[in-house]
Design a protein around this ligand. Structure first.
Ligand code: SF4
Length: 156
């Protein structure tokens, strides 16, 4: 592995001020270790409205933030059109905000529920303003353990 000093000999470290926005806690995957998810009928299940998301971005801008990380549960019904509207809305209203979002399991399920390929999901969201995606969602790399704690989770 190359050392940081080798790649950046001037010793400069940069960072971004980023806010995680969990746009929904509704998820059908039911990982055993997860205290976050809810089912659609639970009293405290939610999907944030665009106005609620805007309010969170306004707070981020007030402290000099430049990036949001969208991450949710794996909603059983939201299709590509909802995500396109979301990304387009943010990109149009907040052009200075970098939209980083959607883990591999979310992207995989958006493709499945929308009956399109993952490549199409990515290209359509990129066209609306998605800048990058996180490397989250693997949870654990041992298939044996994963089959016990998160058996419904795809190996994306
Ligand atoms: S996929 Fe994510 S949100 Fe859903 S149950 Fe598993 S860890 Fe929780």
């Amino acid at each position: 592995m190359r050392e940081k000093k080798e790649l950046h000999p001037k010793g400069i470290t940069t960072f971004v001020i980023d806010r995680n926005i969990n746009y929904t806690n509704i998820c059908w995957v039911d990982c055993k270790f997860c205290a976050f998810y809810r089912h659609e009928k639970d009293a405290d299940a939610y999907v944030l409205t665009f106005d609620e998301i805007d309010a969170k971005i306004d707070e981020l801008l007030e402290i000099g933030g430049t990036q949001i990380l969208f991450q949710g549960g794996v909603h059983p019904k939201l299709k590509i059109g909802w995500y396109e509207d979301l990304v387009e809305h943010i990109h149009t209203k907040y052009p200075t905000i970098t939209i980083h979002g959607f883990s591999s399991i979310e992207l995989d399920f958006i493709a499945k529920v929308s009956r399109i390929t993952i490549q199409e999901v990515l290209s359509r969201l990129k066209a609306k303003g998605l800048a990058s995606i996180p490397g989250a969602g693997a949870e654990i790399l041992s298939d044996k353990v994963r089959d016990i704690i998160a058996p419904k989770k795809d190996r994306c």
